[in-house]
Design a protein around this ligand. Structure first.
Ligand code: PSV
Ligand code: MN
Ligand code: MN
Length: 384
């Protein structure tokens, strides 16, 4: 049993977000930290430290234009030289002044053309980096009833998605990301999994849904959405983070490790524990050091996954079939209540890694090195 679980954990791949290594904050304040990356090359160097100490974070998602460079193929080579690869390309049609009333759903056709142009540019970049995944998140929405035609905005969205879908090359796909609210406060054009699913269904298998764990109403049963989308073969991946109240972008597993366990159980149960699902982090470390914040997050995902792998599927299925409510709950909770840290420490040692990635990173001196080297380069503002 432990051997199989270790083999499964050894296969785990978690993608870190380039933007998590830069300065971030809330609309009230960005507390700049010393030593943060000054460019995408340094973001990749920091991300490579997460992989160096965890062994399961070999790819880094980029965000365009935050990670814009002249030579994307060169950036991909630089990543490989660091021992990591470039993963998903995240589009950004939420920060340009033209997008105040929306991007692809904007009533102005000129703005819609500009937004679509950016999305197609992101696919061009995928061709250069070798990325298979395009992330599409639209902050598009309205703040007041009557502000725009809710139905017409869906028509505009569908038109843009179809154009992007047609541009995708072989082996490429897009993941459509939904979010209940923010920055729009009355209606968001892709607010929930059903909207994302319906648009993807119309387009074809290269259009899939990404579940950002911070993008639901409080109390939403996220693992149900995961089970449903996996059954429909429309789950493309996750943007993992955790939250207490809204889209807080806290370290995944830090607010509700039980929910993360339940999600990973449905992933495993639904055949989603494989390379076809992108397990990405999408977080902001506003008050904690960035690199260790990412290391902790990766460890949290590993722990939830190890617990989910420990569920005795036969005992659970048997109890479920007999309507044995308490037996089924016990089978589920026995796994969750197992301390898997010794198993993970053993796995790391067998893989030639320090059993305690956080302590190993602290001892490495990398944090002090980048503060000394990157004097005065810290960028202000989110995602810069
Ligand atoms: C929006 O809240 C979001 O989750 C999208 O994935 C963006 O790309 C990301 O955050 C930016 O941090
Ligand atoms: Mn996200
Ligand atoms: Mn988010």
């Amino acid at each position: 049993m432990a051997t199989d679980i270790k083999a499964a954990l050894r296969r785990q791949r978690i993608e870190t977000p380039s933007w998590a290594f830069g300065n971030s904050g809330t609309r009230f304040k960005v507390f700049a930290q010393k030593g943060v990356p000054r460019d995408p090359y340094e973001k990749l160097a920091d991300a490579a430290q997460v992989h160096r100490f965890t062994g399961v974070a070999p790819t880094v998602a980029l965000h365009i234009p935050w990670d814009k460079v002249d030579d994307y193929a060169g950036l991909a080579r630089h990543a490989r030289d660091l021992g990591v690869g470039i993963g998903a390309i995240n589009s950004n049609v939420f920060q340009d002044d033209d997008y105040m009333l929306g991007s692809v759903t904007n009533p102005d056709p000129g703005v819609r053309r500009k937004a679509l142009g950016h999305l197609l540019e992101c696919v061009d970049i995928m061709d250069l980096t070798g990325s298979a995944t395009l992330k599409l998140w639209f902050s598009d929405g309205t703040n007041y009833p009557g502000q725009d035609d809710l139905r017409a905005r869906q028509d505009r969205l569908a038109e843009a998605l179809a154009a992007v879908y047609d541009r995708l090359g072989d082996g490429q796909r897009f993941l459509l990301e939904y979010k209940l609210f923010e920055p729009a406060f009355y209606a968001t054009d892709v607010p929930d999994w059903g909207t994302a699913y319906a648009h993807c269904l119309k387009l074809g298998p290269k259009a899939q849904v990404v579940v950002d764990t911070g993008h639901h109403a409080p109390g939403t049963n996220i693992e149900f959405i995961v089970a449903f989308l996996l059954r429909e073969e429309r789950l493309g991946g996750f943007d993992f983070n955790s939250r207490f109240y809204a889209d807080d972008d806290l370290m995944v597993g830090a607010a509700d490790p039980f929910q993360l366990f339940r999600i990973m159980y449905e992933v495993i149960r639904g055949g989603g524990y494989g390379e076809h699902i992108a397990f990405m982090l999408d977080q902001c470390h506003n008050i904690e050091p960035k690199i260790p914040g990412q290391i902790r997050s990766v460890m949290n995902v590993q722990e939830a996954t190890a617990k989910a792998l420990l569920v005795d599927a036969d005992a659970l299925a048997g109890a479920q079939a007999e309507g044995d409510v308490l037996g089924a709950s016990a089978a589920f909770m026995d796994a969750y209540n197992t301390d898997v840290r010794p198993l993970l420490a053993e796995l790391r040692e067998e893989s030639g890694l320090d059993p305690d990635p956080m302590a190993a990173y602290r001892r490495s001196g990398y944090a002090e090195k980048i503060v000394a080297e990157r004097v005065g380069g810290a960028q202000a503002g989110w995602g810069a």
